[in-house]
Design a protein around this ligand. Structure first.
Ligand SMILES: *[C@@H]1O[C@H](CO)[C@@H](O)[C@H](O)[C@H]1NC(C)=O
Ligand SMILES: *[C@@H]1O[C@H](CO)[C@@H](O)[C@H](O)[C@H]1NC(C)=O
Length: 176
């Protein structure tokens, strides 16, 4: 319980720091984004996600967090689609089962992230974080499906979506 509370606080702290960074960002937006992302475990992934949205207006409050959650949701959704197609297309039972696990767990991760957006819009940051944690649980569940015995090869296309989703999750927790 103490660690949950700590996570909530660190998420809130993350938002506060972003707000501060973003509100000073008018002068030099690019270097501010690089600075914020530079404090995360995956600066390049963070910067390329944030810069991938041309409509971004960094003066708005938790906008960088929105961008990162959006990128994570996009990876979960695409991963779900890949897993669904490949599950339909394989007859190898072990692989099929792992793909079905990913299909379901990435689909629910994507839904959790949609919920997280809505919570953030309602400024309910504790619930937003609970949904983010739940989404990460879905991503991990897919990953674990490929670690079971007998070990099967993670299809590279699916792995790249799952791996990126996990990195975006790490970015959202830079101070955690
Ligand atoms: C993938 O998940 C969706 C949504 O839960 C489901 O409708 C579909 O049947 C699943 N596909 C496979 C191949 O299991
Ligand atoms: C389905 O499997 C066939 C035969 O292995 C392959 O040629 C095709 O590209 C696969 N389609 C998808 C969507 O994975």
């Amino acid at each position: 319980m103490a660690s949950m509370k700590c996570l909530h606080m660190s998420f809130f702290f993350f938002l506060v720091v972003l707000v501060l960074l973003v509100s000073c960002a008018h002068a030099d937006d690019k270097s501010q984004v690089e600075k914020a992302c530079g404090q995360t475990p995956h600066p390049d992934v963070c910067v390329s996600c944030v810069n991938s949205d041309p409509s971004r207006s960094t003066s708005e409050i938790p906008e960088l967090t929105f961008e990162i959650l959006f990128c994570m949701m996009s990876e979960a959704t695409h991963g779900h689609e890949v897993a669904d197609l490949q599950a339909q297309n394989t007859s190898e039972p072990t692989l099929k089962q792992a793909l079905q696990t990913c299909n379901v767990s990435l689909f629910s991760a994507s839904n959790d992230l949609t919920d997280s957006f809505m919570r953030m819009e309602g400024e309910d940051y504790q619930k937003a974080e609970a949904d983010l944690e739940s989404a990460n649980g879905g991503v991990l569940q897919c990953h674990k499906a490929f670690l079971k015995q007998p070990v099967i090869t993670f299809p590279p296309q699916l792995f790249s979506h799952v791996d990126l989703a996990a990195r975006y999750y790490d970015v959202a927790h830079i101070f955690g």
